[in-house]
Ligand binder design. Structure first.
Ligand code: ADP
Ligand code: ZN
Ligand code: MG
Length: 481
């Protein structure tokens, strides 16, 4: 395998976050009763005329800018003709020779190495319906058609063949997803099919001047499938070449249960689709002013947010990267700071405790049982020294589980930090008395034992003693004895 190199290009479909469909006023609501969100336009009834959804165009333009692509002044919808039961019009409305935007790029990072991935084009199209082959009465004899998804607006983003490993493909899809979510272009919900990915893969001997023949793998609807399918397909192609065979250009399917790619059909060519301009739709003209308006309304992108967090909050680029991984998490962090928490400790607690507990509970930040203001309340008590950092973690856990405030838990549990010098001194003396061997070691010059004593005293107070006071008092007691 070391002698070979893979070449990968991704075609990503994202559903635009609009309330209504691309060319008719039907709702895009997911999970509505079958065939309830339909009308003559999306059912492809004769004589019905499509009208472009302006909101969909706006989102597609926003996505184009976010991936650094050049919006074309003139683009045009085309009919991509093919027969399928879930496609009542007999064609998909897409863009062909004049797409909405060309020549963009994204920066990805894999193991600390940054790389720019070219994007060939972005175009708009409409979705097909769904054929359902299981889970219904008589599924062994009948297939069912649900046309609710027919005409839902999509964008397709086609990358250049710049990716070289499954890890790069994974990072590319992840970066793209993050940008589309940030800009609210798409909710990118992969389970509901709002983000779908086809992967084109070929292999060649390292250093070979030309690309090999590619296969296109469809049905990659999760990050895991993408990585597994690519690994499988790369190995398969190398195997074919090593045994003297040739790769056929074809479309393959990822078989989830079998963990392998399988031939689906020989590759269709563009001319098979008999593309032609859709005579029912006007060409799309985008003025410079429109582009400026879209640019002005563009939400902050992930990279810009990372830079701002580092600069404004003085946190590390690493923490900034973690905290901006989703817009919801970034908002949570900023909400905590706004509620009065020091930025650095907010960053530490959110990136550490909060994310760990959310992960363990299988929850997203949106379902956090702790509001930003509640976390800020806890951090303030730690900051002021009212409780120790160790108690802080205990309180955090209880707040997370019960939704109670920090103050209530501290009062109920008697966790307020012990700053009573008399009490600490008493415990310090008891600890020394209980550990004569270590005391002797200390006396004979082993200063390392001091830390042990500090630890013991804090333990005796169940983590509530003020560590700085414990240090001072222990020093005093040891010096005086
Ligand atoms: P087609 O016309 O067969 O659909 P395209 O040129 O439109 O091919 O490319 C489709 C996708 O395949 C793009 O993402 C592109 O980057 C990728 N691609 C093109 N050639 C190769 C290759 N030899 N190996 C891997 N991917 C490729
Ligand atoms: Zn409709
Ligand atoms: Mg193509």
């Amino acid at each position: 395998m070391a002698r070979y190199e893979a070449v990968i290009g991704l075609e990503v479909h994202a559903q635009l976050q609009t309330l209504t469909k691309a060319f008719c006023p039907c709702s895009t609501q997911f999970g509505a009763p079958p065939n309830s969100n339909t009308c003559p336009v999306c059912l492809g009834l004769p004589g019905a005329l499509p009208v472009l959804n302006e909101k969909a165009l706006g989102l597609a333009l926003r996505a184009s800018l976010a991936i650094n692509a050049k919006i074309q002044e003139k683009s045009r919808f085309a009919r991509k003709n093919y027969f399928y039961p879930d496609l009542p019009k007999g064609y998909q409305i897409s863009m062909y020779e004049l797409p909405l935007a060309l020549d963009g790029w994204l920066e990805i990072e894999v193991e600390g190495v940054k790389k720019r991935i070219g994007i060939t084009r972005l175009h708009m199209e409409d979705d097909a319906g769904k054929s359902l082959h299981e889970g219904f009465p008589d599924s062994d004899r009948w297939s069912y058609i649900d046309l609710n998804r027919c005409g839902v607006p999509l964008i397709e983003i086609v990358s250049e063949p710049d990716l070289r490993t499954p890890a790069e493909a994974y990072a590319y899809l992840n970066t793209l997803k993050q940008i589309l979510e940030y800009t609210e272009v798409s909710d990118c919900n992969m389970e509901e099919g709002s983000l779908r990915c086809d992967a084109n893969v070929s292999v060649r001997l390292r250093g070979a001047p030309k690309f090999g023949t590619k296969a296109e793998v469809k049905n990659l609807n999760s990050f895991r499938y993408l990585a597994h399918a690519l690994e499988y397909e790369i190995e398969r192609q190398i195997g074919v070449l090593e045994s003297g065979g040739t790769i056929t250009q074809e479309t393959r399917l990822w078989n989830v249960a079998g963990g392998r790619t399988e031939p689906m059909r020989s590759k269709e060519m563009a001319h098979d689709y008999r593309y032609f301009p859709d005579p029912d739709l006007l060409p799309v003209t985008v003025s410079a002013r429109m582009i400026e308006e879209i640019r002005a309304a563009m939400p902050e992108l992930p990279d810009a947010k990372v830079a701002r967090f580092v600069k404004d909050y003085g946190i590390t680029p690493y923490d900034a990267g973690v905290l901006t991984s989703t817009r919801a998490l970034a908002n949570y962090f900023e909400g905590t700071v706004k509620a009065g928490a020091p930025a650095k400790s907010a960053a530490n607690w959110i990136a550490g405790e909060l994310l760990r507990r959310l992960k363990d509970a299988g929850k997203e930040i949106a379902d956090s049982p702790m509001a930003p203001s509640a976390l800020a309340g806890l951090l303030a008590t730690v900051e002021k020294g009212e409780i120790t950092a160790a108690s802080g973690k205990k309180v955090f856990a209880q707040m997370f589980d019960s939704g109670k405030s920090a103050a209530d838990i501290i009062a109920a549990e008697g966790l307020a930090q012990i700053s009573d010098t008399g009490a600490i001194e008493k415990i310090a003396r008891a600890v020394l008395e209980k550990n004569p061997d270590n005391l002797a070691k200390y006396r004979s010059g082993n200063e390392g034992v001091f830390k042990f004593f500090v630890g013991q005293v804090i333990r005796e107070t169940r983590g509530q003693a003020n560590p700085q006071l414990v240090n001072e008092i222990l020093k005093k007691v040891l010096a005086g004895d």
